[in-house]
Design a protein around this ligand. Sequence first.
Ligand code: NAG
Ligand code: NAG
Ligand code: NAG
Length: 345
Amino acid sequence: MRTTLLLASASPALAACPYAYYTLNTPNHATFTETLETDFTLPNPSLIWTSAPGLAWQAQAYNVTPAAARGPYGKTAQVGNVLLNPQSQGLDLWVRSQVLEGLVPIAEVVTARNDILCGSFRAGLRTTGTNGTCGAFFFYHDDSHEIDMEVLSRQRAPGNNTLNLVLQSPASSSAGFNAAGTPGFTPYALSFDPAAAFHEYRYDWLPGRVDMYVDGAWLHSFHDGVPDSPGAVHLIHWSNGDPGWSGGPLGEDAVLTVSYVPAYFNASGGASACLGDDGGAVSEVCEIPVDGPAAQPSVRPLSASATGAAGPTSISTHSGAGRSARRSSRTFVYALLLLRFPEQW
Ligand SMILES: *[C@@H]1O[C@H](CO)[C@@H](O)[C@H](O)[C@H]1NC(C)=O
Ligand SMILES: *[C@@H]1O[C@H](CO)[C@@H](O)[C@H](O)[C@H]1NC(C)=O
Ligand SMILES: *[C@@H]1O[C@H](CO)[C@@H](O)[C@H](O)[C@H]1NC(C)=O
């Protein structure tokens, strides 16, 4: 059994598991066959993955028009906005203040694997203090099968920093990708400023349920609209100037830093799939470490209606509009560029 303690504020000890299986014991039991543990703080960012060859993360390059992005501005995801932090604190995802021909330069990284099906996913994140962006850690199959944890930098206020928990489901897509009126949207007030330090954000996706945590403390469980199809894990930092969601445009460049991402999951296409609790049938397993500074619940729920009539107009448009635009817009330019690290690092 591993006794590794993960600290969101520091580089986690991501030790190799000698066995092929990982087990989750809290609060629900589940076994997973795959792992992807990436520590972006390593001076030598040997992007660690133990079950899949090749590059684990891919920096994205694409354009979304203002119309498709449903904002005053569009978005241009650029590989050059994904940078290792100069102080080795992680991977920096930049949103630039200078709009380029109507598009806000943004940053996104996605796992190379898109066969991810169920799992426990964690990310150490320090969001930006610059008003006008959306930072999100999410699983994506398609616009109506998506698990999302989002921080809007415009929603920073002492004692009322908001974390938005979102499931994009068929219900939200039929509402114009607005999850606000569906059970899939739940804002929480964090007790801390997410831009001041690293904290660990986590979602456990199991058959028929998604459980969400911050710093090891349980926040919320979704039981409706839970994805059942494979996809990839994404980290994005974006803005389209929408006053109802991302806010912006920016007065200065804004950075969100990702310190690490440990993920334990099953994959589609093999024997594993997303079946549910196997009753502990597998004996030689590594226990997925309990998250770091677990302890007191660090959040309180905000009622969804508390976001008000002037609230979000298009929640999670980083995925909803952006990705549907990718598939439908003729102006969409997609070039998948690999995130490469120079050998000498
Ligand atoms: C961000 O800017 C918007 C628009 O000016 C403002 O309403 C909001 O209060 C600001 N948020 C913060 C955290 O400063
Ligand atoms: C993952 O796959 C393993 C191997 O098939 C299986 O024992 C386990 O139950 C699966 N986990 C989930 C959550 O379905
Ligand atoms: C707390 O934040 C939420 C969402 O950002 C907002 O709707 C609500 O009005 C805020 N509450 C207070 C007391 O400022």
